[in-house]
Design a protein. Structure first.
Length: 525
């Protein structure tokens, strides 16, 4: 029987923890004779649900509150009841993040749009550009004239080869395109000491806010929430004072690809993965099986799909269910298919069409297939999942006998839980040839820079056809410890410290920035 969790080393030593406590207890002093301590104000900007999960629903905000900070949360939906109830407090204020004003400002300027296209493909030429080119091509308007296309291509080629030109582009954008100061009233009302976003300006709304912050002489920080964010979104739109990263690996990526100074980077671990270090926060196997009506005597295969418009996930689910029904697996099994939140991005009509494929398979194999469907709380804060969803996903991964996926982030979580992983490395033949989606080959995802790391680590097996998919699932069901060492090593390498304290570390580091002492707590964990 597999171990649910790897026994990972607690990386933070006692001297480092004691130093952090000293920094947090110290606050800025004003110039009055009484030297009254100044309460730090930290503004946190959240534009999408997965950012709220990382910044607002981990120990980060709790640590900031415990450290005496006044917190200002910017969200698109500050008036929705659940946001008000969850976050409004004596020392926490919720205000509107005016994304519509930013979009209108951006849409009026072709120059900004062209610069952003170039920045999206402007990472140094020595890095793997296949994925960057594919990602950036999705942003390039189809109606660009040939002359503009040539100009963009020349600009991109120059940017890839010159650090000076890349810095000049960032400088020009930061000085000229400030986003109309749409949040000026909030800066005047709260006078924040620090503004925090989830990326160094990859997304235009974050770039505008960070640029305005620096214009006002305030400090800036970005907390990276995704394991591919250093390599997948092109050149940063802003260079914050500090960037909080997952691990030493991500730190080196930010130095090599984004060209940050090592002094700007702080390794903290992954706040959303702290949940895996506390078994009490997850459902036990018995609780999970009861919630989903699963059969205790059967093995559990968790199927985690990709973005719905890029890969026909349902076709793989059908293959798995058929293999179980035909007894081609050597153990009695059942499947829970976890739907990707992006299924609900493209509008109700498309979502219903895609959901029908899953429902048909569930109806066809009622005793084999169960669905885990994300529960959303808002349409205005996109993909804002119910807090229980973190427990749901964590419990699925930690209790699975095998995870079948297509190079999703679930791989990383499975490595933390030491759950065997089979990645699908083939494109299924679709019975409905007249389907309306232009799916892309899974080989594009396999060769993305962040996915190459997991392939090279030996922490997962790739099935290149349906027969191998069944074969490798059988191998893991019979030998769950196969590749266990590789999975644990990969988790440690990619995630950084896995001690359940990452959210607290992030919060303590942000507090230290309001004291002007962040250099003292930067550590190579």
């Amino acid at each position: 029987m597999k171990n649910n969790l790897c026994k990972l080393q607690n990386i933070a030593n006692s001297d480092f923890r004691n130093e952090r406590r000293k920094l947090i207890s110290a606050s800025q002093k004003d110039t009055s004779e009484k030297a009254v301590s100044k309460q730090p104000t930290i503004m946190i900007a959240v534009a999408r649900g997965w950012e709220s999960r990382y910044l607002l629903r981990t120990d980060i905000v709790r640590t900031l509150k415990a450290g005496g900070a006044r917190i200002v949360i910017l969200v698109p939906n500050p008036d929705e009841d659940y946001i008000v109830k969850e976050f409004s407090d004596n020392n926490v204020f919720v205000e509107k993040f005016d994304l519509e004003a930013y979009r209108a400002y951006y849409s009026r300027s072709l120059v900004q749009q062209w610069l952003r296209i170039m920045r999206g493909q402007a990472i140094p030429a020595h890095d793997d550009l296949v994925f960057i080119n594919d990602k950036a091509s999705e942003r390039r308007p189809k109606e660009h004239r040939r002359l503009v296309k040539y100009a963009l291509d020349i600009g991109i080629a120059v940017l890839r080869r010159s650090t000076t030109v890349r810095r000049l582009l960032q400088h020009i954008e930061s000085r000229i395109f400030l986003g109309t100061f749409v949040h000026a009233h909030l800066f005047e009302k709260y006078n924040p000491d620090l503004v925090v976003t989830c990326s160094p300006g990859y997304y235009i709304h974050e770039a505008y806010l960070l640029r305005e912050t620096r214009k006002r002489g305030k400090r800036t920080a970005s907390v990276i929430f995704g394991w591919d964010k250093a390599v997948s979104l092109g050149l940063a739109g802003f260079m914050p004072d500090s960037v909080v990263v997952w691990s030493k690996v991500m730190r080196e990526e930010m130095i090599k690809i984004q060209e940050f100074s090592p002094k700007q980077l702080y390794v903290a671990g992954v706040a959303t993965f702290d949940i895996y270090q506390s078994k009490k926060r997850l459902y036990s196997r018995d609780q999970l099986f009861e919630r989903h009506g699963l059969v205790p005597e059967r093995k559990l295969i968790v199927f985690g799909g990709k973005s719905p418009w890029k890969y026909p996930n349902y076709a793989i689910l059908d293959l798995l269910a058929e293999a179980i029904a035909e007894n081609r697996l050597e153990h009695k099994c059942q499947i829970i298919a976890r739907l990707h939140p992006l299924y609900f991005k493209m509008g109700s009509q498309v979502s219903e069409e895609l959901m029908k494929n899953y429902q048909k398979i569930k109806d066809k194999y009622p005793n084999i297939v169960k669905l885990s469907i994300p529960k959303f709380r808002s349409h205005r804060l996109s993909f804002d999942l119910h807090p229980d969803e973190a427990v749901e996903v964590g419990s699925l991964i930690s209790n699975a006998d095998v995870l079948v996926t297509m190079f999703s982030t679930l791989m990383v979580e499975a490595c933390i839980c030491n759950t065997p992983i089979v990645n699908v490395g083939f494109d299924p033949v679709l019975a409905d040839a007249a389907h309306s989606f232009d799916y892309r080959s899974i080989k594009i995802d396999m060769n993305q820079p962040h996915n190459l790391k997991v392939r090279e680590s030996g922490a997962t097996t790739i099935a290149y056809n349906a027969e191998e998919l069944v074969e490798y699932i059988n191998r893991y069901l019979n030998s769950p410890d196969f590749e266990s060492t590789e999975r644990c090593r990969f988790a440690e390498t990619i995630c950084g410290p896995l001690d359940g304290q990452s959210g607290r570390r992030v919060g303590q580091f942000l507090l230290s920035m309001t004291n002007g002492k962040s250099k003292q707590v930067i550590s190579d964990l």
